[in-house]
Design a protein around this ligand. Structure first.
Ligand SMILES: Cc1cc2nc3c(=O)[nH]c(=O)nc-3n(C[C@H](O)[C@H](O)[C@H](O)COP(=O)(O)O)c2cc1C
Length: 200
């Protein structure tokens, strides 16, 4: 793992290239996809984290900046945050880097269910409404929520193929988590998704 430190708070993790030559077929992954809520506390290896984030919403067409999940109007308004034990990070897909936004463990704030605080990774999907031009508030909220669902399904399928446990979650104290994340008025928490090795 390569950590570039600007300051302790703003350390960035340069992720290794994603491993895109998976061995499981899509049909096999679809057969295995399910929600699992019991996790081993073990941290995810950086290679798995890298490929997971790429599968979630990484760039699969570098020439056009196309992503692994669709988005309305190609707004690409959903930002993927990763709450890890040592901090909250924002995934930056073009350089394939995690930028640390908050130093410290925010996992307990990422949901209201017991496993959230101890599972190694909670992804938080946040809409940046400032990227959604000329759309009414109701339409923006609807489209952003739909867009986050595609990302969550990518993560489910990757986890099924990689032998990881995952559950997408809408039960979140959004106000509390948004404050801890330092989100702006144009940013809205949509969903979260807990990921880790399944409990033995
Ligand atoms: C939008 C959405 C929100 C959900 N929120 C939660 C949640 O807060 N907590 C939870 O444990 N599961 C949550 N789930 C998971 C569902 O309970 C689960 O998908 C459903 O029971 C079907 O099980 P399966 O995913 O194994 O097929 C959510 C699923 C969706 C699609």
């Amino acid at each position: 793992m390569s950590i570039v430190t600007a300051s302790p708070k703003h350390a960035s993790i340069v992720l290794p290239p994603p491993e895109t030559a998976g061995k499981m077929t899509l049909m096999q992954a679809l057969m295995k996809r399910r929600s699992v809520r019991e996790f081993d506390a073990r941290a995810l290896p950086i290679e798995l984290l890298s490929t997971l984030l790429w599968a979630a919403f990484g760039i699969n067409r570098p020439d056009a900046g196309g992503r692994t999940a669709p988005s309305a109007h190609n707004w690409q308004e959903v930002r993927v945050y990763a709450a890890l034990a040592d901090g909250l990070y924002r995934y930056d897909p073009a350089p394939h880097v995690l930028h640390r936004i908050v130093a410290g463990d925010l996992r307990a704030l990422a949901g209201v269910q017991g496993f959230v605080a101890t599972a190694p990774l909670n992804l938080v999907y946040v809409a940046d409404f400032s990227r959604m031009d000329e759309t009414g508030a109701e339409e923006r909220a609807f489209l952003a929520a739909a867009d986050s669902g595609f990302i969550a399904q990518n993560v489910y399928l990757f986890c099924a193929a990689a032998g990881l446990a995952a559950v997408v979650r809408g039960l979140i104290d959004r106000r509390r988590l948004a404050a801890a994340m330092g989100l702006g008025v144009q940013e809205r928490i949509l969903l979260a998704q807990t990921v880790g090795f399944p409990a033995a």
